[in-house]
Write a protein that binds this ligand. Structure first.
Ligand code: BGC
Length: 723
């Protein structure tokens, strides 16, 4: 990566001679030397001023030495609107931006090149708006369908998370600003997120919860990491020496800066020694005049250092890291490339991600794509069809430059087909099925040729009110997997009135569809698909685009089937404030496939309007790797893309292992009749697991099945090798 190594240099002319020919050669100072020189010039007060927030989103600089403030901004899928120092939205700024699809939709593309494109848009817009760090990607493992922030995250699978996160980070940082991978680690629920103590085995930590972060550091070269709110094994994650120093910095060699989540620090001494470099946050109790000198890493640090209780080199080390990322992103010298804002190219990326991320879950009798000429009238039903989502969800809110809703997108391309609309339900606290709204929706559905229902989850009752967030939002989890606001009753009434029904579900993940799925011919998962989401959805509905999204999480049949409910605890013991991950390494499909539990829709599932044939599997083992190749052919009559997934199934190992694990994937675009060869190289790492008795990654010398398929449960070709 371009910025992996600091390449910035500067030259000092040391000759005072007027004779240019006699000038001595310029001396090249390394960034490290410059950093040390700056640290030497700083007073203790100046240093301490740099290691805590000095407003909602900035931390201090040292003006006299040319060190600017460091400006951070959420978030994962767009640059957040501007805030004043008092944490109020500054509604006067020109702060609308490109609203990209949320993290889970990006992951559903299974296209790591799109991860890079997505990150580049974010980085470019952050740069344009004067931000130095974009607070994303959010990569916590999706452990439960109830987590309110799943929409911001990526997947239940660490390999998919890693691939998408690395692309995203490189994209952001290619624009000269830093990415911030968050939340390190185990922020897998919002219930009691600021007090829950997460307990998990070494194996779960190594195999499931750490790999995404490790890839972000070692493959993505991420500049900054955000610690999480929760405790990890009894110690706050944002001041956890084991996580921040032992693992992140020592084991993985992370050279960048660790910041806390907002107000996630609890003590001065522990934070200082833990490896935390920057305390961020705004003490809401102090509003409207927060006093940042009261932060844990502010005045109390001064006192401790002056009293000789904390050595100054501990502070210097934090400054060193902060300066390192500042040099790396040309904040101190050098020149940053210019960012861009709200460009058609950025909007095109938003459209592309939505187009490839929306998942066609079911399509009985090929009811989709809609034939415009044969469809006189379409009833669009559902509150979400006409609802803008960009400002909801909490810290990831974006003031979208524009947002095409599903209804608008459908109207944009429906041509002569008449579109009628009814909301059918209302989004209100505790809203139940509303007979009046249902009656109205049913009557227009019955009179139409077909019905497109757009419902599912939402970002809250009133998406513009932070404290009124519910369902897919920060600081709150979903109460259950049921469709809220009486939507089951509505959908059941609709399918009775008109069996040509397409149900489109928005939201951050699985919802219980049992009440109506059998009768409903088509279902689409559209997540929160960003500013161009309505256009992407409409193009898929009318066949202008062939869907190619695949589920990055398993959709269980019902909540009770989920491993976090069956084996683990969720949300844990709320009296003792602990949650035990007894589900261990059996997260998502690792559980369903090992314990033979039938999901509603499998991990990796997603239909297309064409069909693909897999063949010619070849396995070529060498001493330390296996080269796998196979062909995929588009056997239908439409161009389309398939995500080929490679899983490894180990024979009998020393320790229990999941039935299969994803080790490679690729997205292939094929014209009708076209065939391509795919080739993967599996290194030793792909066969290893973490032996928590030996505290080491090991590879058993056993047989392995190499499984290649279209979902974790639709394996098309397989072969055996012995390592
Ligand atoms: C969230 C972070 C976010 C930060 C700043 C916190 O509440 O957990 O993800 O980046 O606020 O808005």
């Amino acid at each position: 990566m371009k910025h992996n190594k600091i390449v910035m240099t500067f030259f000092i002319c040391i000759s005072t001679s007027l004779n240019l020919k006699a000038q001595k050669p310029a001396v090249e100072l390394s960034v490290e030397t410059k950093i040390e020189a700056l640290i030497k010039k700083m007073t203790l007060e100046e240093k301490v001023y740099m290691i805590h927030a000095n407003s909602s989103f900035t931390s201090g600089g040292v003006k006299r030495l040319g060190i600017p403030e460091l400006v951070t901004s959420d978030g994962p899928h767009g640059v957040r609107p501007e805030f004043g120092r008092d944490w109020n939205l500054d509604n006067n700024s020109l702060d609308s931006g490109t609203y990209l699809p949320t993290g889970i939709c990006l992951a559903a593309t299974w296209n790591s090149e799109l991860g890079y494109a997505f990150g580049s848009v974010l980085g470019s817009e952050a740069n344009y708006r004067g931000k130095d760090i974009i607070l994303g990607p959010g990569i916590n493992i999706i452990r439960s369908p109830l987590n309110g922030r799943n929409f911001e995250y990526q997947s239940e699978d660490p390999f998919l998370v890693s691939k998408m996160a690395v692309g995203y980070i490189k994209g952001v940082q290619s624009q000269g600003v830093s990415a911030c991978v968050k939340h390190f680690i185990a922020n897998n629920q919002e219930t009691k997120r600021t007090s829950i103590d997460v307990q998990m085995s070494d194996r779960a930590m190594r195999e499931i919860y750490l790999p995404g972060f490790k890839a972000a550091v070692q493959l993505g070269g991420v500049n900054t990491v955000m610690g999480s709110y929760n405790k990890f094994r009894g110690q706050w994650a944002s001041e956890n020496n084991f996580l921040l120093t032992q693992i992140l910095k020592k084991e993985w060699g992370f050279k960048g800066m660790v910041m806390s989540d907002w107000d996630a620090v609890h003590s001065t001494v522990q934070a200082l020694w833990s490896g935390l470099d920057l305390e961020m946050g705004t003490d809401l109790h102090m509003l409207p005049n927060p006093d940042y000198s009261k932060f844990f890493m502010a005045d109390s640090v001064l006192k401790l250092v002056k009293a000789g209780k904390i050595p100054e080199y501990i502070i210097d080390e934090k400054i060193r890291r902060k300066l390192y990322i500042m040099f790396k992103t040309n904040m101190i010298d050098g020149k940053r490339i210019k960012g861009q804002y709200n460009t058609p190219a950025h909007q095109k990326t938003a459209l592309q991600v939505a187009s490839e991320g929306i998942v066609l879950l079911k399509n009985r009798d090929k009811i989709l794509p809609i034939n415009k000429t044969e469809t006189r009238k379409i009833a669009v039903i559902g509150y979400n069809a006409d609802r803008k989502q960009s400002m909801g969800g909490g810290s990831s809110q974006v003031r979208a430059f524009y947002e095409i809703t599903a209804l608008q997108g459908i109207r944009n391309i429906a041509g002569k087909t008449e579109i009628v609309y009814a909301p059918g339900y209302e989004i209100k606290r505790d809203a139940k099925a509303n007979p009046e709204l249902i009656k109205n929706a049913v009557s227009i559905a019955a009179a139409a040729d077909m019905v497109i229902y757009v419902g599912g989850s939402t970002h809250g009752y009133d998406y513009s009110v932070w404290s009124d967030n519910a369902y897919d939002a920060e600081d709150t989890d979903k109460p259950d997997m049921n469709l809220p606001f009486g939507q089951d009753e509505l959908i059941m009434a609709l399918v009775k009135a008109n069996p040509k029904l397409v149900v489109v579900l928005m939201g951050g993940g699985a919802l219980d569809m049992n009440k109506w799925l059998d009768e409903t011919p088509a279902v689409i998962q559209s997540w929160y698909p960003g500013m161009e989401g309505g256009n992407a959805l409409a193009k898929i509905l009318f066949g202008e685009l062939n869907p190619s999204g695949k589920l990055p999480v398993t959709f269980p049949n019902k909540l009770a089937d989920h491993p976090s409910q069956q084996m683990g605890e969720y949300p844990g013991n709320l009296d003792k404030l602990t949650v035990h991950y007894y589900d261990d390494i059996y997260v998502g499909y690792r559980y369903y496939d090992t314990y033979n539990v039938q999901p509603q829709f499998a991990f990796g599932h997603g239909l297309s309007y064409t069909t693909f044939e897999y063949g010619n599997l070849k396995l070529i083992p060498t001493t330390d790797k296996v080269i796998v190749s196979f062909t995929i052919k588009n056997t239908g009559d439409k161009a389309g893309a398939e995500v080929a997934q490679l899983y490894i199934k180990p024979g009998t190992s020393l320790l229990p292992r999941p039935e299969k694990e994803l080790k490679e994937f690729t997205k292939i675009f094929l014209q009708p009749g076209e065939s391509k060869t795919v080739s993967f190289t599996l290194n030793k790492d792909a066969f290893m697991y973490y032996n928590d008795v030996l505290h080491a990654w090991v590879m058993d010398k056993i047989n392995y099945d190499i499984l290649v398929g279209s979902t974790s449960r639709d394996i098309r070709i397989s072969g055996k090798i012995k390592m």
